[in-house]
Design a protein around this ligand. Structure first.
Ligand code: C5P
Length: 219
């Protein structure tokens, strides 16, 4: 297959990463989870007890932190932190850091450099609008809030016993609200993105829709 770039955006818990990972394998392209990069940086700032208002300190950390997503793992300064970035405290705080324009600027710079190499499927909130505006394929994946909450619940209940579905739904809604209303590249469907509501669709159905669409475009 030729060099292709695929942007996948949408609200929290819509299944973007699960879908993107499968498509990456099927089409043999590199998968980049940009949410994991924002989460990794949030993990770093929280671990160092840095206040989110401390711009100088945060900028210093941005400059020095090595954040990489490769082979389906997120690395912070060469250490894998896949589990750490999924902790509740990260869920609750990541959007607060991700709305800061100077934090975004740095991470978007890193993401654009990866996208420039080509053959990539990237998922996030601003991929089709900001990171790879000229991506050949753009998808905007949605599902009802209730459905997204239920999916997230199923995903994490084993690792986080005692978690309450209603709380989870509230957290997702809170995160969506911050992500959609922030000034710096908010969560937005790109004009040329294809929207797929996955509420009543299986994972296989969504993957098929996307793969079929891309195969048509490449043939
Ligand atoms: O995709 P995920 O839910 O892991 O992303 C975590 C958070 O990172 C989002 O809620 C959002 O605040 C931020 N994010 C972002 N831009 C992206 C990817 C994620 O602002 N491209």
């Amino acid at each position: 297959m030729k060099n292709i770039t695929i942007a996948v955006d949408g609200p929290a818990g819509a299944g973007k990463s699960t879908i993107a990972k499968i498509i990456a394998e099927k089409l043999n392209v590199n998968y980049i989870d940009t949410g994991a990069m924002y989460r990794a940086f949030t993990y770093l700032i929280i671990s160092k007890n840095i206040n989110f208002d401390a711009k100088d300190k945060i900028q210093h950390e941005l400059k020095n932190a090595k954040i990489e997503f490769k082979n389906n793992h997120i690395y912070l300064n060469d250490n894998i932190i896949d589990d750490e970035i999924r902790a509740d405290i990260i869920n609750k705080n990541v959007s607060k850091l991700a709305k800061l324009a100077y934090v975004r600027e740095h991470l978007v710079f890193l993401q654009k450099a990866i996208a420039d190499k080509g053959n990539v499927i990237m998922d996030g909130r601003d991929i089709g609008t900001k990171v790879i505006p000229n991506a050949k394929y753009k998808f905007f994946i949605t599902a009802s809030l209730e459905e997204r909450g239920k999916r997230r619940y199923k995903q994490i209940i084993k690792k986080t016993p005692g978690i309450v579905l209603d709380e989870l739904i509230k957290d997702i809604a809170r995160r969506d609200s911050i992500d959609s209303t922030r000034e710096a590249s908010p969560l937005l469907k790109a004009n040329d993105a294809i929207e797929i509501d996955t509420t009543y669709k299986t994972l296989d159905e969504v993957v098929s829709i996307i793969v079929d669409y891309i195969m048509k475009g490449e043939s």
